[in-house]
Design a protein around this ligand. Structure first.
Ligand SMILES: Cc1cc2nc3c(=O)[nH]c(=O)nc-3n(C[C@H](O)[C@H](O)[C@H](O)COP(=O)(O)OP(=O)(O)OC[C@H]3O[C@@H](n4cnc5c(N)ncnc54)[C@H](O)[C@@H]3O)c2cc1C
Length: 271
């Protein structure tokens, strides 16, 4: 991914100087992205939408649609229009970008979102294009003063979109359709029942699963290191893992779900 990401930076002229060297002197500030969050900052969450979706929920119930997770019918909190998408992007640039990179890999039981952008659904459903998200972040970075946003926050964010997201898209087209039936570790167990209830004494799992069920959201560390890793350790059949991730997250679309689930969390990538 790292070399792909560098090529993408050059190809799209993003944070690159005239000699095709990275702005700031380094391609990657991953080491600055690994801090714990211990309550030391006020996280200005969140841009809430508070939509009333009771009529849709009624319809789903009436039609007998089997669902996963929980919904607050008067407080559906995701963007559903172009304007909502722009609002959530602006909100991120204004309030969250400034600490995004610092706490990118953190987890905390009091925080469902930390400084994450919650922009994946808006991009996956094409309310926003990845390029305009990157451009908006760069504008905010360049205009910021007192406080000036640090390059480590911005590079960490752009890496996720220009690097990881595009890389996953390439892997999907390279590996599918055989990818979806691979099971190299020959794992055949089912997922434990608590993935549907969140009821377990294992605190990280309980919090990550309840975040998923309540908000159709978990940030990447919860998905990768907690729910994904537990499924791997308990030798779960990868297609059951896929089904759960596809069902539970608002941003789940196969090309970005299956590549992360199989490639990153279940070690199904061939050498
Ligand atoms: C097992 C597993 C399953 C996943 N399934 C999905 C999925 O179905 N849909 C999906 O969009 N993302 C998926 N991801 C990637 C990532 O977890 C989510 O994109 C991210 O948590 C969305 O929250 P955010 O918008 O607040 O992200 P932020 O942390 O704010 O990151 C900014 C953006 O970068 C992109 N991004 C970050 N990490 C990745 C990644 N690993 N792959 C692709 N794009 C990334 C997303 O578009 C995201 O909106 C998965 C990751 C794992 C480990």
């Amino acid at each position: 991914m790292e070399y792909f990401y560098r090529d993408m930076r050059k190809k799209h002229q993003i944070m690159i100087d005239d000699d095709l060297e990275p702005e700031g002197g380094k391609w990657n500030y991953d080491h600055s992205n690994r801090n714990q969050w211990k309550g030391e900052t006020d996280i200005p969450h969140e841009r809430g939408f508070r939509k009333d979706v009771a009529a849709i929920v009624d319809l789903l119930k009436k039609e007998g649609v089997i669902t996963i997770g929980r919904i607050d019918e008067n407080n559906f909190n995701w963007p559903t229009s172009r304007q909502d998408g722009l609002d959530i992007l602006n909100y991120f640039c204004e309030y969250l970008l400034i600490e995004f990179g610092t706490y990118q890999d953190a987890m905390h039981t009091d925080q469902d979102y930390l400084y994450h952008s919650r922009l994946s659904f808006a991009m996956n459903s094409k309310l926003l294009s990845p390029r305009e998200v990157i451009d908006a972040v760069l504008v905010r970075f360049r205009e910021s003063e007192k406080p000036k946003i640090d390059i480590t926050q911005v590079e960490g964010f752009i890496r996720q979109i220009l690097g990881w997201r595009e890389f996953m898209r390439g892997i999907y087209w390279k590996e599918m359709p055989s990818y979806q039936s691979q099971n190299q570790l020959e794992n055949h167990n089912k997922l434990p029942g608590f993935y549907w209830t969140g009821e377990t004494k294992m605190n990280c799992l309980s919090h990550s699963i309840n975040n998923s069920l309540d908000n159709a959201y978990a940030h990447h560390i919860q998905r990768l290191m907690v729910t994904g890793n537990y499924a791997l350790l308990t030798m779960t059949e990868p297609s059951y893992v896929d089904e759960w991730y596809l069902g539970v997250y608002i941003d789940a679309i196969e090309w970005v779900e299956i590549t992360n689930t199989r490639g990153m969390s279940q070690w199904q990538m061939e050498e």
